[in-house]
Design a protein around this ligand. Structure first.
Ligand SMILES: [Zn+2]
Length: 283
């Protein structure tokens, strides 16, 4: 059973409560993770991501972008400069880069009309970059699903990923109808999370993704630990339970979907590594 963690800020695990990122990767590999997409949050992350390496058997891909929280911390003119820098970074990136993100809208954080307009401007620029390059976006959306759907509809947008989906089943269906993928994270495991549970049942198999959002959104059973890719099994188990599927089926279909949306073609190092043959603590 193999997994694709399609949204894990492993570059941020170092600065959090995880002191040894090498061991985090080994635990991930042991849990069956064979691919991770690590999205940037701010400008400093772009350089961090270039430096990151994963152990043999785990494919690490990255995304460059400007997160809506970060956008709120910078001026409009600084954001315009960074958008231009992002454009050059994306156009010149190597094959490790598979998406633009993390980007999006967070109207829980942005409460004034000015701050929302600022987030929309920076998100729209990243949408244009995705349209120009054909790359998918890794999209953060909190309390802004209506405006998000409108922005995606303005012009054709490459098939993209709604990360840590928190919207309704109706919004999920609408996004799927527009060709996008819905990714579920630890919020699905929280007791009483009714809306996201309904959404998790509504998404068709071929548009479903799994992620941890490491180091945030630790699944309830793992708290107070910082989140890490190995905990993806909790989310897969919950999704399997909700959809009447086996955890193996969820692992396989979300892995296949992750490969499709992020253009992770063969050869993909799925079978060339078997943890049973290796003592993971000795590497
Ligand atoms: Zn994130």
């Amino acid at each position: 059973m193999y997994f694709f963690d399609t949204h894990a800020h492993v570059q941020r695990s170092r600065s959090g409560r995880c002191t040894n990122v090498a061991e985090l990767f080994l635990r991930a590999r042991k849990a069956g993770i064979r691919a991770i997409l690590a999205p940037a949050v701010d400008r400093a992350d772009w350089d961090e991501l270039v430096e990151m390496t994963a152990p043999r058997g785990v494919c690490l891909y990255v995304a460059y972008g400007l997160h809506p929280y970060f956008v709120l911390k910078i001026t409009v003119s600084r954001a315009r400069d960074l958008v231009e820098e992002l454009r050059l970074r994306v156009l010149n990136a190597g094959s490790e880069m598979r998406a633009i993100g993390e980007c999006g809208l967070d109207f829980l954080r942005a409460t004034s009309s000015e701050s929302r307009a600022h987030q929309v401007e920076v998100f729209r620029a990243q949408l244009e970059l995705a349209r120009h390059t054909g790359l998918p976006l890794s999209i953060h959306c909190v309390k802004a699903h209506g405006p998000l759907v409108e922005l995606l509809r303005e012009r054709p947008t490459p098939a993209s990923v709604m990360h840590a989906f928190s919207g309704s089943a109706e919004i999920a269906r609408e996004l799927v109808g527009a060709g996008h993928y819905i990714s579920f994270a630890g919020n699905l495991c929280v007791q009483g999370a009714r809306r996201v549970v309904e959404a998790a049942r509504a998404v068709p198999d071929e548009r479903l993704l799994l992620e941890t959002d490491t180091p945030d959104q630790t699944p309830p059973a793992r708290r107070p630990a910082a989140n890490e890719p190995a905990f993806i099994v909790d989310i897969a188990a919950r999704l399997a339970e909700l959809r009447g599927a086996s955890i193996e089926e969820i692992a396989t279909l979300t892995l296949d979907n992750g490969r499709r949306v992020f253009s992770v073609e063969a050869p993909f190092a799925l079978h060339d590594f078997d943890d049973r043959d290796h003592d993971v603590t000795s590497e």
